[in-house]
Design a protein around this ligand. Sequence first.
Ligand SMILES: [Zn+2]
Ligand SMILES: [Zn+2]
Length: 256
Amino acid sequence: MIIDTHCHLDFEQFASDRKDTISQAEKAGVLYFINVGASLHGSRESVRLAAEYKNIFASVGIHPHHATGDTEGALGEIEALAAGKKVVAIGEVGLDYYKSPSLPPVQKKLFVKFIGLSRRLGLPLIIHNRSADCDTLSILKSECAGPVHGVLHCFSGERTFLTKALDMGLFISFTCNLTFKNAGNLREVAKYVPLDRVLLETDAPFLAPQAKRGKRNEPAYITELRDGLSEILGISKDEVEKVTSENAKKLFKLNI
Ligand SMILES: [Zn+2]
Ligand SMILES: [Zn+2]
């Protein structure tokens, strides 16, 4: 059994065949999904999908690209949505300094607020970080007393960053970019992730694996990531499924 801990099935790329996409994934062994809100609208849709599908859980948050100075109203609604019984995390939230339409100070302010919300509600964070390693770690360090309850999603950092994140208690989630031909460095770093901290995700519709590169990504394609990780970690495919599912159940307190 595989749990896709980060996908965006609410996106328009799945509007015409969402049901089929989900059943294709189920056939591939992906039995549960965490649909991650990237905006206020996406968070509402994630909660709606979780109500519609038994095997979908929701996460609510605002991606740093959508951070604006005026998010008070949105934060209130996200907090209300987070009370839903299938909402298992706050995210995706964080920092993205790569060609972002939103300025770093605005992103940082919103990230701090979401960390506060996650701590208040006791829900783990799904953290998006791109080109902002130092700020991500220093904000988490200053806002969280003790270990950070959450996951660094779509991990693609260096080994020093990985070590620091693990020291802070974070889980590490890999997407299918781990299978890319040119991802040798990332595969090298991935060897050092302990088995009790690793998660699988697709981030669908983004980042289709090497064999499907350039296409829309789907939760069913996560098997290529599982196979890749099995080679990297030197454990069987079954073992990859087992440890990553156990980790997901533990971090997100999934009642399955
Ligand atoms: Zn992300
Ligand atoms: Zn995402």
